[in-house]
Design a protein around this ligand. Structure first.
Ligand code: SF4
Length: 381
């Protein structure tokens, strides 16, 4: 295999707070390869967004990336770069798509000016050429009448169009890596489908790698080829998407999948993972998920689980891999009001859904269409 585009090693990002040191990201390692989409998924507070911001060293005080962490981009450690040279890299070789386009865009400049500014900061180009590039990008992301829209301000555009503008800004210099932090969270489901489809289309065209940060496994099923599940500031499971959906190993992943809506369940309520993520100032000893896990036994409190190998390319931070006999035949999650007592499983076989099965993405949309299908032909403008 070729060298990864991005290699994160033992990333530690801590915040000093009055309540103690918050270990928001606590020893995270992963690779992103050229042209791939890697999903980073987990609940709020699990450390996924801090991981994304750490890559670009956008951690505000009192946060600090700890010594010993390494972020190798194209073989060079970004933590050794000066702030000035890192500024040259941001927006050029690595860019970011933010969650909330209204706050990410500047309200007092036209959207065309904001895209053109990215070009002018990083390239030796005239004002006019930068403007033409901005209009070209607006057209590429599917905004109608791009020349006229470029002169408009963010408040004059719909939420879907503002998100397209952010994507245009992120891709205008054809970066090698885009970090997308919950890029569709603020959008309704049909616009979300359009944006995901657009991101995939542009990725194929430009060969960009994407780190897709989301709490939504449906988004992962739609766009990613590999996925990292984060909990308690750590990676707790990593696998190819098809394998993770078909054969999750970690009880937390099983809980996340169980909490997804699915077709074929009538009259029941969605399942939930009991409890909440503990504060990062007080991770429990041993396994950080143990207070919420129905399989926990004394070893889980005594011994922090390493990342066990489940199969090729599939690892899980759970002692059950080492002692499968400890798995209890209880529901993995609270199941309330359901007719079917078995824990639900979202199924995403690598060869695509078979007759009688429903893939994870399709279960998100009433009528059983996948997110992308639901969005096809529907315009938000
Ligand atoms: Fe549950 Fe123990 Fe596995 Fe942690 S290590 S997820 S507590 S079984």
């Amino acid at each position: 295999m070729t060298d990864p585009l991005l290699a994160v090693r033992d990333l530690l990002t801590y915040f000093t707070t009055p309540a103690g040191v918050a270990r928001a990201v606590d020893g995270v390692s992963f690779d992103v390869h050229r042209g791939e989409t890697l999903g980073l998924v987990g609940e709020s507070g699990c450390g996924k967004s801090v991981t994304g911001f750490s890559i670009l060293r956008l951690i505000p005080p009192p946060g600090r990336i700890q010594p010993g962490s390494r972020i190798l981009f194209e073989g060079e450690d970004l933590l050794q770069r000066s702030e000035r040279s890192l500024r040259d890299l941001r927006g050029d070789r690595i860019s970011m798509i933010f969650q909330e386009p209204m706050s990410a865009l500047n309200p007092v400049f036209s959207v065309g000016d904001q895209i053109a500014e990215v070009v002018r900061v990083h390239r030796d180009t005239s004002r006019r050429q930068a403007w033409e590039k901005a209009v070209e990008m607006l057209e590429m992301v599917g905004i109608p009448e791009p020349a006229a829209r470029a002169r408009q301000y963010p408040h004059q555009l719909s939420g879907g169009m503002r998100q397209r503008v952010l994507i245009a800004m992120a891709l205008v210099l054809e970066p090698a890596l885009v970090i997308a932090d919950e890029p569709t969270t603020a959008l309704d489901v049909t616009i979300q489908a359009q944006i995901l489809e657009l991101v995939q289309e542009l990725q194929t065209r430009l060969g960009t790698a994407i780190l897709m940060i989301t709490h939504d496994l449906g988004v992962i099923a739609e766009v990613a080829s590999r996925v990292l599940v984060m909990y308690g500031g750590q990676v707790v499971e990593e696998a190819r998407v098809g394998e993770l959906f078909a054969k999750p190993s970690h009880p937390y992943t099983e809980g996340l999948l169980g909490a997804m809506p699915r077709l074929g369940t009538r009259g029941g309520r969605l399942t939930t993972i009991p409890g909440t993520v503990p504060p990062p100032t007080a991770w429990p000893s041993g396994c950080r998920f143990r207070d919420r896990c129905p399989h926990a036994w004394d070893r889980c409190e005594r011994e922090e689980p390493p990342l066990y190998q489940v199969s090729e390319g599939h690892v899980s931070r759970c002692h059950l891999v080492d002692e499968p006999g400890r798995r209890r035949s209880v529901p993995l999650v609270d199941v309330t009001g359901r007719d079917d007592p078995t824990p639900p499983r979202a199924s995403l076989p690598s060869g695509g859904p078979t007759a009688g099965e429903v893939d994870a993405a399709s279960s998100l949309v009433p009528g059983g269409r996948s997110g992308a299908e639901a969005g096809r032909g529907v315009r938000d403008e």
